[in-house]
Design a protein around this ligand. Structure first.
Ligand SMILES: [Zn+2]
Length: 194
């Protein structure tokens, strides 16, 4: 019988996610990260540039662990890429699932499937961060299908039901600068001389 993969170092994960020894950002700083990620997304998806500019409200952090920069930025990228792809922006992002599991792991040890989901979401959300598991592949081999199920359930349960764009109204100015925005009333007839 294969050894059951174990999850260790809960404490270190909490530390990385911002409870200990990390700069905790204020809302103003988080808004700057949001602006930067919107600009980066507009470069990645030029055709959806106007929609992305108006996606700022989708990027309001819903979790205190989002005050850690790499967590927030990963979250924002996933939401903005969904906007560009025309996908549902409500389900929890991989970063949000990590936040949920980080909190759950403070209360009770994660079972093997939940630990496997944590590994998977961590690697997807934060590929540049050190990984805390040496048994990721074992988890996926042994529990892959159950991790798939738990991922779908968790993304849905931890969703933000009101995180949708709705109707975009644009006054034809972005940060005070006249723009020929798709959502502006005079789109296509911009008169910069006026
Ligand atoms: Zn606009």
């Amino acid at each position: 019988m294969a050894a059951k993969p174990s999850l260790t170092m809960h404490g270190s994960i909490s530390a990385v996610l911002g409870t200990v020894g990390h700069d905790v950002a204020g809302l103003f700083e988080i808004m700057e990260w949001a602006e930067e990620e919107i600009e980066a997304a507009r470069r990645r998806h030029a055709v959806d540039s106007d929609t992305l500019w108006h996606s700022f409200t989708l990027l309001v952090p819903r979790h205190e662990l989002m005050s850690t920069e790499f967590v927030y930025r990963s979250h924002a990228v996933e939401i903005l890429d969904r906007v560009a792809a025309g996908q549902d922006t409500r389900p929890a992002t991989a970063a949000e699932v990590c936040c949920v599991l980080a909190e759950a792991s403070q209360v009770t040890p994660l079972n093997s499937v939940a630990a496997g989901l944590y590994c998977r979401m961590w690697q997807r959300a934060f590929p540049d961060q050190p990984s805390f598991w040496d048994s990721h592949d074992a988890h996926e081999v042994l529990e892959g299908a159950r991790i798939d199920e738990l991922e779908a359930t968790t993304r849905r349960k931890a969703a933000s039901p009101d995180r949708t764009l709705g109707e975009i109204v644009c006054a034809g100015r972005h940060h005070g600068t006249p723009v020929d925005c798709t959502y502006a009333p005079g789109h296509g007839h911009l008169d910069l001389a006026s």
